[in-house]
Design a protein around this ligand. Structure first.
Ligand SMILES: Nc1ncnc2c1ncn2[C@@H]1O[C@H](COP(=O)(O)OP(=O)(O)OP(=O)(O)O)[C@@H](O)[C@H]1O
Ligand SMILES: [Mg+2]
Length: 208
């Protein structure tokens, strides 16, 4: 079943946040396994403090990410992979060669936008061996209705990769839920707006 990788070329774009929260959302109606392919191990750390708050595993990477992901994908509806913050990292290069979907969180800042050029190149290179690779840019940490955010969407439209309709807003609950060892799906009303946007993003990603 589908393998979804969260990739990027910029630290702090929100890969881990999206990875664990998307996994939490998907896990409500499907089986899912997460692989933390980033040596920083942030998804693994989150899983360790989450305990019984979540019902899906986060695995450390094994020698062959491809073999590991393939194995989990036969046993689960979805596999989600958290990648390091560089498209040149060997883990990202490897994952792009077999993943079905690459989700690319991008912050609405010029520096992050510049980094997307490298992502487009990496996706195109990966498509030489993985021609069915789908890629989707996701605007993350959007500040509502700022001119910069509008500009960002316009600039991203110039890049030859699709941009998700759903933008993820900057919300304190993404940080606070992680501090509590939770996803935004298990913090009750405090997470309601985040849950709404993630549900809408999940629909877009899963139909990809
Ligand atoms: N939508 C959001 N709203 C508020 N805070 C966010 C949001 N997305 C991410 N953050 C926060 O931004 C910081 C960086 O996020 P995260 O660790 O997910 O990024 P990353 O891309 O995985 O970073 P790295 O490249 O280091 O792996 C974290 O403190 C996280 O809680
Ligand atoms: Mg991370």
């Amino acid at each position: 079943m589908p393998i979804i990788a969260v990739v990027g070329n910029k630290g702090g774009a929100g890969k881990t946040t999206l990875c664990v929260n998307l996994a939490a959302g998907i896990s409500r109606s499907n089986s899912i396994a997460v692989i933390d392919a980033d040596p920083q191990g942030s998804s693994l750390q989150w899983r360790a403090i989450a305990g019984d708050n979540v019902n899906f595993p986060v695995y450390a990477p094994t020698f062959s990410l491809r073999d590991q992901a393939t194995k989990y994908s036969t046993k689960n509806d979805y596999v989600l992979i958290d990648c390091p913050p560089s498209v040149h990292a060997p883990q990202t290069v490897s994952v792009l060669e077999f993943t079905d979907i690459a989700l690319i969180p991008v912050q609405p800042s010029p520096v992050d936008l510049w980094a997307t050029v490298h992502i487009e190149k990496a996706i195109n290179e990966a498509r030489e061996v993985n021609p069915s690779l789908k890629a989707l840019l996701v605007i993350n940490q959007l500040e509502s209705r700022t001119t910069l955010s509008k500009l960002v969407r316009e600039v991203l439209n110039e890049i030859a990769l699709p941009v998700a309709e759903t933008a993820v807003r900057r919300r304190a609950i993404y940080r606070n839920s992680a501090l509590e060892g939770k996803s935004v799906f298990n913090v009750g009303k405090r997470g309601a707006d985040a849950v709404d946007e993630l549900e809408s993003l999940i629909k877009e990603v899963i139909k990809e």
